[in-house]
Design a protein around this ligand. Structure first.
Ligand SMILES: NC(=O)c1ccc[n+]([C@@H]2O[C@H](COP(=O)([O-])OP(=O)(O)OC[C@H]3O[C@@H](n4cnc5c(N)ncnc54)[C@H](O)[C@@H]3O)[C@@H](O)[C@H]2O)c1
Length: 253
């Protein structure tokens, strides 16, 4: 785990599988962490867990689809810890549905959370990193590149975030704000468990499709996030790093 000593890092969706693991690892690397999540009680509970381990963390409520609430979360980090150095956006939803009958409201909510929310998070946080610089990491997906059926809104939104990563990176480089994305294949989290339980995916088929032969663990994703937030990635911006066990490389039968 990279040294994050003294940094203040805001993790949106930090109560979930990937976000909680990233929060814990960043805290163990010395970061002061603000966990922002739709589920406020779970965000606070994750923060209590980090404090119990000797770290520094608080939990706050936030719906990233609401730009004012993103502003509140970013300000909470500054109010509590005095600055903001890094942001990870792990907040997300997954709801596969046939495109032909997808309710427009479901399309809109997916785009609101996955794409609009990413922009609101980045804008709110960049305002507070404008003077001193910082780093932003979006969690995208292999679906930013690879089309899956019944995921029209999800895939479109994730591809949008991959492009947003590039636009913000070049626009904010002069402010020394780096912007990158981490795109996992299937990760062993509650989101994946829900999709298996709903019959949207088959675990054995997924493992067979991944050259490294297993699902990602949240720690695999958290390690990539931590690297991109660290000084070791100081010349990396506008990049999507796929943590996919070789999924996107595979083009055989
Ligand atoms: N799990 C996977 O296989 C996988 C694969 C590729 C990409 N991803 C992406 O990684 C991210 C994290 O996924 P996860 O597996 O940890 O999911 P998860 O369901 O375990 O956690 C998601 C978290 O986001 C929070 N959240 C949802 N909507 C929110 C909103 N509007 N505002 C604030 N918080 C909100 C939830 O409360 C939850 O704590 C998502 O963007 C997801 O699309 C996941």
């Amino acid at each position: 785990m990279q040294d994050q000593a003294g940094k203040v890092i805001l993790v949106f969706g930090g109560a979930g599988g990937i976000g909680a693991e990233a929060s814990a690892r960043l805290a163990s690397g010395g970061a002061r962490v603000v966990i922002a999540d739709l589920h406020a009680a779970q965000a606070r509970a994750k923060a209590v867990g980090i404090v119990a381990e000797g770290g520094q963390a608080i939990g706050v409520a936030c719906d990233i689809a609401n730009p004012e609430l993103c502003e509140c979360a970013a300000q909470a980090a500054v109010d509590r810890f005095g600055r903001l150095d890094g942001v990870v956006n792990c907040a997300g939803i997954s709801k596969p549905h046939d495109s032909i009958s997808l309710p427009p409201a479901d399309w809109a909510r997916m785009v609101d959370v996955q794409l609009n929310g990413a922009f609101y998070v980045a804008q709110a946080c960049a305002k507070r990193m404008w003077a001193a610089g910082g780093a932003i990491v979006f969690i995208t997906s292999i679906n930013a590149e690879a089309a899956f059926p019944r995921r029209a809104a999800y895939c479109s939104a994730k591809a949008g975030v991959a492009m947003l990563t590039k636009v913000l990176a070049i626009e904010w480089a002069e402010k020394r704000i780096r912007v990158n994305a981490v795109g996992p294949a299937y990760v062993a989290t509650e989101m994946t468990e829900r999709n298996i339980a709903a019959g949207n995916i088959n675990e054995a088929q997924i493992k067979a499709r991944i050259p490294l032969g297993r699902l990602a663990q949240p720690g695999d994703v958290a390690d990539a996030v931590s690297f991109l937030l660290s000084e070791q990635a100081s010349f990396i911006t506008g990049h999507s790093l796929y943590v996919d066990g070789g999924w996107l490389a595979y083009g055989y039968f």
